[in-house]
Design a protein around this ligand. Structure first.
Ligand SMILES: *Cc1c(COP(=O)(O)O)cnc(C)c1O
Length: 491
């Protein structure tokens, strides 16, 4: 039961979960999956009697079979012990007749914290097995960078370098990153846009000179992006957690089916819900909620995935995605683990920007997945209306999920809230009909009308010292990574 993961595009070549976490993506371009996932059926009654952390260990244990229970307990304690502002970690709040699952009480006020607090811990344990160290390289358009920095801060045997496009991230995102503390973190602004930085990071992973420098220090260069199973697995937990809270509050009886509405970009979050479903979570429907980049809505309605369309910048930037990478894993499971079929689709996507799935497969997916999309104008209306009617303030991403949930016929319905409204203060304030000078001003104004105070991590941004001032050329990224390896791992 050790080597259980294989690529979505190639049967055979099995590796353990620790290796899969360190490698991230398979060398054939596929994503790591465990074909026998649905052989695990979790006991709902046990889940309803356990704490979040106990459930996390219970669920992780099934999927990461080469970690010991002791290792997992330690990882979970380090990740969730005192980093979340809510005792429940992911509390459910009733808004109208929808149950909003708040995933944003972590250190950076975004749902990515749930996974990015745990992944570094899992990586650190895996590195002890392989006797290596790891340097994480990340290009960020704003949000992921901070969550990754915070998660990897001072984690044993790891270091992290984040590159953000200079002048192209928001005031709050900028401050969140350049004030990051820790002895193993570096943050650089780069002269270029996000795509330039991202392309260069991909090059650096393949650069022979840089690999040689890393190898000299037994360092592995790796990424922390959302296709890593170490980021996916922690997200399964809160789907069960929401279910538990509904049972324990007497909203539903044990075993009754529930629907989930999920603001979606890369398809990681909703896929984790599907993993939960395969493992015994009673689900009626998943609603895939998108913004104006509605490539997934079109796919789920027609069976044609087509990324050949303009990229639209919206007020829900974390969902501005045209290639939803984790959809590959859904195709894999829904096609009964047909790696050749998945590879065919992904080759088509790479070569033509499009693929089409057979009608029977589409029908099978539609039996469980519904969808919809919401424009920026509508998103602002929902934020304004929810505030006026219910005195609850949603961020733009959460508002999209809420709107789809509100209009859907299924009940009971859980809608995932993926960011604190404070992270997008200016747009949110605008949506409730108020104006502001800048983002920090907007944050303070928002506090006067919001039920919750400004989260600690955001409130302190104005006064924390700037620790990372370097802005470099794209061509200087390589030498800076080389220096960082020498500096962090020279022992
Ligand atoms: C990343 C993100 C999403 C989208 O999640 P995926 O797993 O990429 O589908 C939604 N909302 C917020 C705030 C995010 O940061």
């Amino acid at each position: 039961m050790q080597n259980v993961y294989e690529s979505t595009r190639n049967k055979g070549n099995r590796i353990s979960s620790k290796q899969a976490i360190l490698e991230g993506i398979s060398s054939d371009g596929g994503l790591y999956v465990w074909p026998e996932l649905s052989s695990v059926q979790l006991d709902l009654e046990t889940i309803c009697h356990q704490s979040y952390k106990e459930n996390a260990v219970y669920i992780l244990k099934q999927l990461l079979s080469d970690f010991t229970e002791e290792e997992l307990k330690m990882c979970v304690e380090n990740a969730y012990g005192n980093t979340f502002a809510s005792q429940a970690i992911t509390p459910v709040r009733k808004v109208g007749d929808v149950y909003v699952l708040e995933l944003f009480h972590g250190p950076t006020s975004a749902f990515k914290d749930v996974a990015l607090t745990l992944l570094p811990q899992l990586m650190s344990v895996a590195l002890q097995t392989t006797k290596e160290k790891a340097l994480i390289l990340t290009a960020t358009s704003g949000d992921t960078g901070k969550a990754a920095l915070s998660g990897f801060q001072d984690v044993k045997d790891t270091g992290i370098v984040v590159f953000y496009p200079d002048q192209k991230v928001s005031q709050i995102q900028y401050r969140q990153m350049v004030t990051q503390r820790g002895n193993n973190v570096k943050v650089f602004g780069v002269k270029g846009n996000f795509d330039d930085a991202q392309s260069k990071v991909k090059e650096l992973f393949l650069d022979e000179e840089l690999k040689a420098v890393a190898k000299k220090h037994a360092v592995r260069l790796t990424s922390a992006n959302s296709i890593n199973i170490g980021r996916l697995v922690p997200q399964i937990v809160y789907y069960f957690e929401a279910y538990k809270q509904l049972v324990n509050q007497g909203v539903i009886e044990l075993g009754k089916k529930v629907s989930y509405s999920v603001p979606t970009g890369n398809f990681g979050d909703v896929l984790a819900g599907y993993y939960g479903y395969l493992m015994g979570l009673p689900v009626e429907k998943f609603y895939v909620a998108s913004n104006e980049n509605h490539v997934l809505t079109d796919f789920l309605r027609t069976g044609v995935y087509d990324r050949n369309r303009p990229f639209i910048q919206t007020i829900s930037p974390s969902m501005d995605i045209l290639i939803s990478s984790n959809l590959e894993r859904l195709l894999y499971y829904m096609s009964d683990c047909d790696a050749a079929f998945v590879k065919g689709c992904m080759d088509d996507l790479k070569n033509t920007g499009r693929y089409e799935i057979p009608k029977a497969l589409l029908a099978k997916i539609q039996a469980l997945f519904d969808c919809g999309y919401v424009s920026d104008t509508e998103t602002k209306q929902i934020i304004g209306q929810t505030y006026a009617d219910k005195q609850v303030i949603l961020d733009p991403h959460s508002a999209i999920g809420y709107d789809i949930a509100d209009k859907a016929s299924q009940r009971p319905m859980v809608s995932l809230a993926t960011a604190s409204p404070y992270k997008f203060s200016q747009d949110v304030l605008d949506a409730i009909g108020k104006t502001s000078q800048d983002e920090l001003d907007a944050m303070h104004q928002l506090e006067k009308v919001c039920q919750d105070p400004i989260p600690k991590g955001l409130a302190e941004l104005e006064t924390l010292p700037v620790l990372h001032k370097d802005v470099i050329a794209i061509d200087a990224m390589k030498e800076n990574v080389a220096h960082t390896i020498e500096e962090f791992f020279n022992d």
